[in-house]
Write a protein that binds this ligand. Structure first.
Ligand code: ARG
Length: 566
């Protein structure tokens, strides 16, 4: 917020400290009674070896003299500042009216290109609720980075290669049939895969058979390749449906198999640089100097693996696609893998290794339970979405049976509920998926944000119907507390947006949206809008419109639809 900056500049000049240090110390007081901004002076007192209360008093005097603040007050070692409510309101309305991203973005990264790896599910395995995390966090990050100026390349790094496909082939040839697979490809292929693991317990020779089929696949055997390609095609078709419902898109779908012919170059380079060593028959890059386990490049049986593919993929994204930042939205359980890959890139003298980021996230539990694909314990995302939409439809039917386009709204709200539940918490925390939380339309949920947005739209629709207009101007007299608190939150949009981008954390946007909703609903409750005298009415409509835009853009960033009526 620019007033935060102004406060920091004046205070820094007074204290003789760097403005950025002071800026980092400026706080939003926990209670509005204390003021709009606060500067604790204790840390500066230590650095400057002075008494905090005296420093605070001198700083307060300088802030008052600047004339930029409504009121400045000292409380112990704190300086508490009140802002000119009308000035901030004028600024907020102006920004909200510039363009949809106006309140949020200064486009700091214009000219930079980033490749974001997200979703990246495994072929012939179910798309479970667990995959929702990478998919939706990744999609939100793409939108956030794009809004901050990046050219974003969204990449789906499909798991379409590996010994697993030997097992899929064996299982299909033994127990499967084409018609059943065609009917419900992902579930049927997965059922066969689970059966393989069950039968292999008693018949270990199945594992050899699977290895043999994978070898055939690697060697280009016609049957093996035909089946493999068919599995991919059927799985992708099913995944596409889910992506469509979620509004998720990619610029590139490049599976792991895409790098089959690009790995030898990596191995050769590692060899030439003297980075490869042998360990128990495998070729590895020794990373013990960095306290990391060796990065396995080629297994003892000559097969290349996950890390080698990721090295080839990173080089491709940088060298061929022209990305200067590489982002990987992948669960925390792969943290070590990415540390190894990034370290090897650094050892290969790629300075851009410093711009590689693993955006980790916690696990998804379902009603408190861990899900495991191996044990066949999956909750299909498609089923979850369908149920959420059905329940949303029911609620609409009860609450607003006259609503036009009920099906579309139910789809938007049901899916929004599931997605928001995933994005609203710090991404590193585990998410527990509980139906009663997800679909609680009065709690901190997607439907609550969507509903508040629709409420703002509805006020503006009614105003329009009455022939009113609302030029973006602040009120002539000062703002009431509920108006001001809403303005104050809107004024923080940009700062919160930048924090969300810098931390790759959509939850910062989700929390902001929830805060805006609480404050808007209080304003709506306490301050008449359409029933107010003309001057107040115009300003309150302008404030309602700014809130509507701020919510719509937050929903867009999070990948939720924003219906105009609910
Ligand atoms: N397919 C992998 C999995 O489901 C995730 C791939 C992540 N991306 C990557 N470049 N390694 O575990």
């Amino acid at each position: 917020m620019e007033w935060k900056r102004a406060l920091a500049d004046v205070a820094a000049a007074q204290l003789g400290l760097p403005a950025d240090d002071v800026l980092a110390a400026v706080e939003y007081p926990p209670h509005p009674n204390l003021g709009d901004l606060a500067l604790p002076c204790f840390r500066f007192a230590k650095v400057l070896r002075q008494n905090p209360a005296q420093l605070a008093a001198a700083t307060a005097a300088a802030l008052t003299a600047s004339g930029r603040f409504e009121h400045v007050e000292v409380a112990g070692g704190y300086v508490n500042v009140r802002l000119h409510r009308q000035a901030v309101a004028a600024r907020v309305l102006d920004l909200a009216n510039r363009n949809p991203a106006g309140l949020y973005s200064r486009r700091r990264h214009a000219g930079d290109k980033v490749a974001v790896d997200y979703s990246s599910p495994n072929i012939a395995k179910p798309f479970g609720v667990g995959h929702l995390r990478s998919t939706m966090i990744g999609q939100a990050i793409c939108r956030m980075l794009a809004a901050d100026g990046f050219t974003v390349l969204g990449i789906n790094h499909l798991g379409d290669w590996g010994t697993q496909f030997g097992k899929n082939i064996v299982a299909y040839l033994r127990w499967g049939d084409e018609a059943t697979v065609r009917r419900d490809p992902v579930r049927e292929l997965f059922r066969l895969y689970v059966r393989f693991h069950e039968e292999a317990k008693d018949h270990p020779e199945l594992e050899d058979e699977a290895r043999a089929w994978f070898k055939k696949l690697e060697e280009g055997d016609a049957t093996a390749r035909r089946l493999w390609q068919w599995f991919i095609q059927e799985s992708l078709r099913a995944f596409e449906q889910t992506y469509q419902r979620l509004g998720v898109t990619f610029d590139y779908v490049l599976g792991e198999s895409f790098y089959n012919d690009k790995m030898q170059a990596v191995i050769d380079e590692l060899q030439a640089r003297g980075l490869l060593t042998e360990s128990e028959g495998a070729e590895v890059v020794d990373l013990s100097a960095w306290n990391l386990p060796p990065c396995i490049i080629r297994k003892s049986d000559g097969a290349t693996i996950y890390a080698t593919r990721d090295l080839a993929a990173a080089l491709y994204r940088h060298d061929v696609l022209g990305a200067d930042h590489l982002v990987y939205v992948v669960g925390s359980e792969q943290t070590l893998h990415f540390q190894q890959v990034f370290k090897v890139l650094e050892l290969m003298d790629r300075p851009w290794a410093a711009h590689c980021t693993h955006v980790a996230f916690g696990m998804m539990k379902y009603n408190g339970e861990r899900l495991s694909t191996r044990r066949g314990k999956v909750v299909y995302l498609e089923d979850v979405l369908t149920r959420a939409v059905q329940e949303a439809r029911q609620i609409i039917e009860e609450k607003n049976p006259q609503l036009p386009e009920k099906d579309q709204v139910a789809e938007a709200v049901g899916i929004g509920a599931v997605v928001f539940n995933d994005l609203k918490n710090d991404r590193l925390h585990d998410v527990d998926f509980r139906w009663e939380d997800v679909l609680n339309f009065d709690g901190e949920t997607g439907p609550y944000v969507q509903y508040t947005h629709a409420r703002a739209c509805s006020v503006l629709r009614r105003a329009q119907a009455e022939g009113l207009s609302w030029p973006p101007a602040p009120p002539a007299t000062t703002l009431s507390d509920p108006e001001w608190q809403l303005v104050h939150q809107l004024a923080q949009s940009n700062e919160l947006f930048e924090r969300a981008v810098d931390r790759f954390d959509p939850s910062v946007i989700a929390r902001h949206a929830l805060d805006l909703c609480h404050l808007f609903n209080r304003f709506y409750h306490d301050c008449p809008i359409l029933g107010a005298p003309a001057a107040e009415r115009t300003w309150r409509l302008a404030l309602t419109d700014a809130t509507r835009q701020a919510l719509a853009f937050a929903l867009h960033l999070l990948g939720l639809a924003a219906p105009a009526a609910m």
